[in-house]
Design a protein around this ligand. Structure first.
Ligand code: DQA
Length: 136
């Protein structure tokens, strides 16, 4: 199975920013654990702080499933929402933190409605749970 993990804005700072919320492991370290977990699958990783680049990546994706943590774009990017709706590859929305236990503005996702499902609140394991969801 080919899985594409997309991380959006500020996720490149994982391990350095708000460690109490997102943990102290870097995105590269988390990705290395994901590769180990999905050892029989092909994993591709992409991170961008630019909304349009994330749209382009979704548009050109050739894989069985996309695991998307769009970061703060989740809460207002109609462009990413439309990109997800435009492709046939299923997308699972992911958050490391439990966004519903945080600030009000994080309670709203404009992406969830066009995603296959949503997994949140399990730290780095949210990515693994989302990847596993494509196998059931
Ligand atoms: C996040 C939650 C978002 O609200 C936030 O803007 C992020 C990370 C998460 O993984 O918990 O950057 O998507």
């Amino acid at each position: 199975m080919k899985l594409l993990f997309i991380n959006g804005v500020n996720l490149n700072l994982t391990g350095k920013r708000e460690k109490g919320v997102y943990g102290s492991q870097t995105l590269d370290e988390i990705n290395a654990e994901i590769v180990k977990h999905f050892k029989d699958d092909e994993c591709e990783f992409y991170q961008s702080n630019c909304e349009g680049e994330i749209c382009s990546k979704i548009q050109s994706a050739e894989c069985d499933g996309i695991i998307l943590n769009a970061g703060a774009f989740t809460h207002y990017s109609y462009a990413i929402r439309d990109a997800i709706a435009a492709v046939s590859v299923p997308v699972v929305e992911v958050h490391m933190s439990n966004v519903h236990a945080r600030e009000e503005f994080r309670h709203k996702s404009v992406l969830s409605e066009v995603c296959k499902g949503v997994i949140l609140g399990f730290g780095k394991n949210s990515y693994i749970l989302a990847g596993e969801s494509f196998k059931i």
